[in-house]
Design a binder for this molecule. Structure first.
Ligand code: KMH
Ligand code: ZN
Length: 271
């Protein structure tokens, strides 16, 4: 089995300091959390920027500051979000790709997102994919529903994303695909051979689906964007605490954890 790639989704667009008092929000806090997670065993950090008021922003200047601060302190793969928050325009969302990060996310369809709609029309998916390709940014294909895999494959057929594809199954978002073991199997069995995949289980499902992925040869995403708790009713003390638990589980289950450079090799990213 491949070594395990652990992604830490540090901040997200929806979580607040009220829900998680140690949520990293400023560029300094996000960079410090990235280093802590990298030291704990994460090889990718998925990043959402926040403005001075702590609100989600897709401002390229804020992403630039975060990228530079992370690069100055650790070797982790920087993966900015192009999902942003549900109310960001596609043009706002695409901004961090212009920084030519090693990776960025590419959401592969529209779904309900709690009481909101997360909008990803075909034309915008194509635009995002084309720009990532032009700039040499490896897309992580975000899959919130089964049909989104077909949308991703359509992008591949048009040459806008290239094999080997890398998928992230985001399971358990209210309004989208639930986070059952059967759903994860369905997703995993629907992607082309030779692809890599990771799973982001929302809330308590982070632990169960992450454990399944370790056993199934997939990869794992943890962090406050997806889950703020360590166990029922007990807040996690940091993103790194959630990473460290996955490292321990992987060790117990006989799966080695990838370094950032090993993750680059597995994902076909040239530094
Ligand atoms: N915040 C969600 C609406 C991504 O980062 O690419 C979208 C999201 C996906 O988080
Ligand atoms: Zn995100």
């Amino acid at each position: 089995m491949q070594k395990l790639i652990i992604t830490a989704a540090l901040t997200g667009a929806e979580v607040t300091r009220e829900q998680q008092p140690t949520l990293p929000v400023t560029p300094d806090e996000i960079a410090a959390a990235a280093k802590e997670c990298c030291d704990a065993g994460a090889s990718i950090v998925h990043v959402h920027a926040r403005d001075a008021a702590g609100e989600p922003t897709q401002d390229i200047a804020v992403y630039r500051e975060i990228k530079e601060k992370i690069e100055a302190c650790c070797n982790v793969i920087f993966q900015p979000s192009t999902g942003g928050a549900v109310w960001h325009s596609p043009e706002e969302r695409l901004q961090p790709v212009e920084l030519k990060p090693e990776m960025s996310t590419l959401s592969c369809g529209t779904c309900n997102f709690g009481g909101d709609v997360f909008m990803n029309t075909e034309s915008y998916m194509e635009k995002f994919a084309a720009r990532m390709k032009e700039l040499g940014v490896k897309p992580e294909l975000e899959i919130f529903e089964r049909g989104m895999i077909e949308n991703a494959l359509k992008l591949a057929k048009k040459g806008l994303v290239e094999a080997p594809l890398h998928f992230d199954f985001v399971l358990g978002v209210p309004g989208a695909c639930p986070a059952t073991p059967e759903d994860l199997l369905l997703m995993k069995n629907a992607i082309p051979a030779g692809s890599t995949w990771t799973v982001a289980g929302i809330g308590r499902h982070e632990l169960s689906l992450g454990t399944m992925a370790i056993l199934m040869g997939g990869h794992v995403r943890v962090g406050f964007e997806d889950n703020v708790f360590y166990s029922k009713g007990v807040l996690a003390s940091s993103n790194a605490q959630l990473v460290a638990r996955m490292v321990r589980l992987a060790k117990e289950l006989g799966r080695e954890v990838a370094t950032p450079d090993e993750a680059r090799h597995l994902l076909g990213i040239k530094k």
